[in-house]
Design a protein around this ligand. Structure first.
Ligand code: FES
Length: 118
């Protein structure tokens, strides 16, 4: 029988518009698996931190997920660009693929990342 995973909660103020992403561990996906949370156009989004091209982490520096114009989430390895709202690859070697979405909700200054829905 598998254990239920607890959802993760973060203070909304930690996740700034197009700012640094908040990383978190996803032990249910493996010992080194991580996810991340960003805010774009006012809404929070969370994804598994694994490129759809080659399964490596995306951030070019710890927590740095946005490209220079802050319009896309970018993979540091070969530069794939992902739409922040959907996780779909819009440019680069993974075009047509997408990041793994983790459902998120925000209420009363708290963001809940529903890792139990992965
Ligand atoms: S590993 Fe991300 S674009 Fe190639």
């Amino acid at each position: 029988m598998s254990e239920a995973t607890e959802d993760l909660q973060f203070d909304s103020q930690r996740v700034l518009e197009k700012g640094d992403g908040v990383r978190f561990d996803l032990p249910q996906l493996g010992p080194h698996a991580t996810g991340f949370l960003v805010r774009f156009e006012g809404r929070p989004y969370a994804y598994v931190n694994r490129c759809a091209h080659v399964p490596v982490e995306l951030d070019w520096e710890h927590g740095k997920f946005f490209n220079i114009t802050q319009e896309y989430i970018i993979c540091a390895t070969h530069g794939a660009m992902y739409a922040p709202q959907t996780g779909h690859c819009v440019m680069g070697p993974c075009i047509g693929k997408h990041l793994s979405v983790i459902p998120v909700s925000e209420k009363d200054g708290t963001i809940t990342v529903h890792v139990n829905q992965l």
